[in-house]
Every structure is written in structure tokens, then in C-alpha cells.
Design a protein around this ligand. Structure first.
Ligand code: ATP
Length: 214
């Protein structure tokens, strides 16, 4: 059994997230991929749309995509929410022999050393880092030290043990889409067509999310 977790703010979810989720699931042969929105990400400003509304947009975006699930466990949690807690829960759910993979984009990877209990992540899961256009920078020393000799070259190596390895992965369809860009465009009343699924766009426009009141 191979299980993936892709956390994020998803403020809002877009095709960069969703196409990456599909391709990473395929590349790693994951049985299931949980997309998990954070209530109040520790390293970001407060999002403008409520966590429940972001979750609803995520659900609409995923729709019936096979083996990808919108998972609201972090929104149901009391107090601060950290990825380590989520991995502990997934580990309990799938058992000790499952290969558990935490997936992050390269921009998030660059901030990894600041994460809560980051070293514990490797005792719970593998880490897969997906390339993101515009983030081709050298790794800071602290990150190099954290990863140490955990790096592997192929997805197959992640199947051979339940946790502790790091794989850098370039996906076929890298998309230079960010939620920041989408929020900016919506604020200016500009089109976001084809940057996110139509159902997500419709819901955003219907509710007036990310719209500027000025
Ligand atoms: P923002 O612009 O608000 O910072 P974002 O577009 O980076 O948002 P997040 O919700 O912060 O989206 O990202 C969740 C995860 O998905 C992160 O690990 C991030 O690196 C990754 N990700 C986001 N956009 C892409 C993309 N276009 N391609 C690959 N990975 C992405």
C-alpha cells in the first residue's frame, strides 16, 4: 500500500495543484492521495476565504478524479495544525508497513527547515519534492544537512520501505500557476479561465470570493 499526502493552503486550488496530484500519483503508483488543506498555515498570512470555503473549492476541483481525495482532517483539528500530526494520523490509519509519502513543491521544500518537528517527518514518511517553475535555486546548507543521505533516484526505492527517503521529482506538465496570481487577477476583476477547473471558477465568481471591495 502506498499513500500520498499533499498539503497546502489551496487558496484557491488550481490546475498546478491538481495536475501535479494526478501526475505524482501516477509516477509513484500511489493507491490514494489525500489533498489536505491547512486551517491557518503557520508560515503564511491569514487567507481571505474561510477554511471551509477553501475545502469546498478543493472538493469541487477534485470532483471524481480517481484515487484523489479531499481530506478535511486538519480543519477538524483543535489548536495549531502541523503536518507531523497529520502524518501520525495517516500512519495510524494505514498501518506501519504502508509506504507513506509527503509531497511538497520546491518552494515549500526551501522552507522545510522551519517546519515544526521537521526531523520527525522522516520517521513517519518519505518526502517527494516536485519541481516548480521559477524555483530553480541551490539548496541552502541547512536543507542539505537535513536531507543528508536520504535522497534516492527512483520512485521504486520508495516502495521498499515505509518512510525516510527523499525523491526530487520533475513532472511532465510543470505549470507556472500560483494561487497568488489567481487571487491577484480576481482582485482586479480579470479572467482566471483555464487556470483552475471551471467548477471552481464558477463557485468563486458566484460567491464573489477574492474580490476587491474598493
Ligand atoms: P500561494 O501562491 O498562495 O503561495 P500556491 O499556489 O503556492 O499558493 P499552496 O496551496 O501554497 O499553493 O501549495 C500547496 C502545495 O502545492 C505546495 O507544496 C506547493 O509547492 C505545491 N504547488 C503549488 N502550485 C504548484 C504548481 N503550479 N506546480 C507544482 N506544485 C505546486
Amino acid at each position: 500500500m502506498q499513500i500520498g499526502m499533499l498539503g497546502g493552503t489551496f487558496d484557491p486550488v488550481h490546475l498546478g495543484h491538481l495536475r501535479s496530484a494526478v501526475e505524482v500519483r501516477e509516477a509513484l503508483g500511489l493507491d490514494r492521495l489525500h489533498m489536505i488543506p491547512a486551517p491557518q498555515p503557520p508560515l503564511r498570512d491569514t487567507p481571505q476565504v474561510s477554511p471551509e470555503q477553501r475545502f469546498e473549492l478543493l472538493r469541487l476541483g477534485i470532483s471524481d478524479t480517481p484515487s484523489i481525495v479531499a481530506d478535511d482532517r486538519e480543519l477538524r483539528r483543535e489548536g495549531r495544525s502541523y503536518s507531523v500530526h497529520t502524518l501520525i494520523e495517516l500512519r495510524q490509519m494505514y498501518g506501519n508497513s504502508a509506504s507513506l509519502v509527503m509531497i511538497i513543491g520546491f518552494d515549500a521544500f526551501l522552507k522545510l527547515t522551519k517546519w515544526h518537528n521537521v526531523k520527525q517527518i522522516f520517521s513517519l514518511a518519505h518526502l517527494v519534492v516536485i519541481d516548480r517553475p521559477g524555483y530553480n535555486v541551490p539548496w541552502p546548507d541547512a536543507l542539505r544537512e537535513l536531507v543528508g543521505d536520504r535522497e534516492v533516484d527512483s520512485a521504486d526505492e520508495l516502495k521498499q520501505c515505509p518512510n525516510g527517503k527523499v525523491l526530487m521529482l520533475a513532472l511532465p506538465s510543470m505549470m507556472a500557476i500560483s494561487a497568488t496570481y489567481i487571487r491577484e487577477r480576481l482582485k482586479e476583476g480579470r479572467s482566471v479561465r483555464y487556470l483552475l477547473p471551471e467548477a471552481v471558477e464558477d463557485a468563486i465568481l458566484r460567491h464573489g470570493f477574492y474580490h476587491s471591495d474598493e
